[in-house]
Design a binder for this molecule. Structure first.
Ligand SMILES: NC(=O)C1=CN([C@@H]2O[C@H](COP(=O)(O)OP(=O)(O)OC[C@H]3O[C@@H](n4cnc5c(N)ncnc54)[C@H](O)[C@@H]3O)[C@@H](O)[C@H]2O)C=CC1
Ligand SMILES: O=C(O)C1=N[C@H](C(=O)O)C[C@H](O)C1
Length: 265
């Protein structure tokens, strides 16, 4: 098997630094470059104690032209992740995107680009297998319980709320349940925001606290019973088997996969 050549955007971040370690230790993966908004022209090993000596680029297109990667792994910020994804596709590079905060419109634009370019992309709001299962189980449960609330809990450095996982869970549940306005018909928020965000009638609550990593509980209620489905990521290594699978799979794709539940059997 030929090596898969990879560029990582956001290599100094909490997720990006884990991804660098993953690529460095995987025999058929080859890190060929890094994209950061700082340290242009320096080597990665000089800025972050990695062993890899690849160059850091501020300019993603220049990075692609000089390093000719197969795959971009993007783990940056909600604003920049979508720009990077489009740039990758325009340059014939397959994106594996963990960055969250993509809107429906962003996904549509990306899908159009994929059609034009004929290469695949993976956008995964959550790479952890346990989180994927929690989302799938929630979708199953929603057929039997119409009332559901999602509580996602994250570290206090997170930029987007609700989380990508929370939103994806709501989308998956909404796809199988009849729309319902939950709670009392005359319910009134005494303090704005008390009932959380509303996605097709599903309430989404975001908790941000130091000490947390990434957690989510999906709570279903029915006559005389509740069902709680919970997933906890205690470290960022929990996401890496999903990143590895995505890099391998994206090489075989010519469409957009949005969510790893679509490729995990
Ligand atoms: N899909 C998944 O399983 C997971 C997704 N995430 C998502 O990944 C993203 C990153 O999360 P963290 O690593 O916790 O954030 P972080 O803040 O630790 O890392 C983001 C990195 O992006 C870099 N960056 C900012 N602007 C840039 C630019 N223009 N070019 C290149 N790099 C740039 C920053 O310097 C920083 O190092 C977030 O959107 C988060 O929601 C996080 C964990 C798991
Ligand atoms: O920012 C994070 O940390 C995480 N982001 C993703 C999300 O928004 O769902 C995945 C995971 O929850 C961790």
């Amino acid at each position: 098997m030929e090596n898969i050549k990879i560029v990582i955007a956001g290599p100094r971040g909490r997720m990006g630094s884990e991804a660098v370690k993953l690529v460095e230790k995987t025999p058929h993966f080859e890190l060929v470059g890094a994209v950061d908004h700082k340290y242009d022209g320096q080597q990665l090993n000089e800025v972050n104690g990695f062993s890899s000596k690849v160059l850091i680029y501020n300019d993603m297109e220049k990075c692609f032209q000089e390093t000719k990667p197969d795959v971009l792994i993007d783990l940056t910020t909600p604003e920049i992740g979508k720009v990077h994804t489009k740039l990758a596709l325009q340059n014939g590079v397959r994106p594996v995107v963990g960055t969250t905060g993509f809107s429906k419109e962003d996904l549509k634009e990306i899908e159009q680009l994929i059609e034009e370019k004929g290469i695949g992309a993976i956008i995964a709001p959550n790479f952890a297998v346990g989180a994927i299962l929690m989302m799938k189980f929630s979708q199953m449960a929603a057929k039997y319980f119409q009332d559901v609330e999602i509580i996602e809990l994250h570290h206090d450095q997170k930029l987007d709320a609700p989380s990508g996982t929370g939103l994806k869970t709501a989308e998956m549940i909404s796809a199988v349940r009849e729309e319902k306005k939950q709670g009392h018909p005359n319910e009134k928020e005494v303090l704005s925001g008390a009932r959380g965000a509303d996605f097709d009638g599903i309430r989404l609550h975001s908790v941000r606290l130091p000490g947390l990593v990434a957690h989510q509980e999906v709570l279903f209620g029915g006559e005389g019973q509740t069902l709680s489905l919970r997933h906890d990521s205690y470290n960022r290594a929990s996401f890496m088997s999903g990143v590895k699978l995505s890099v391998e799979q994206v090489m075989k794709l010519d469409l957009l996969v949005y969510g790893l539940e679509n490729i995990i059997e």
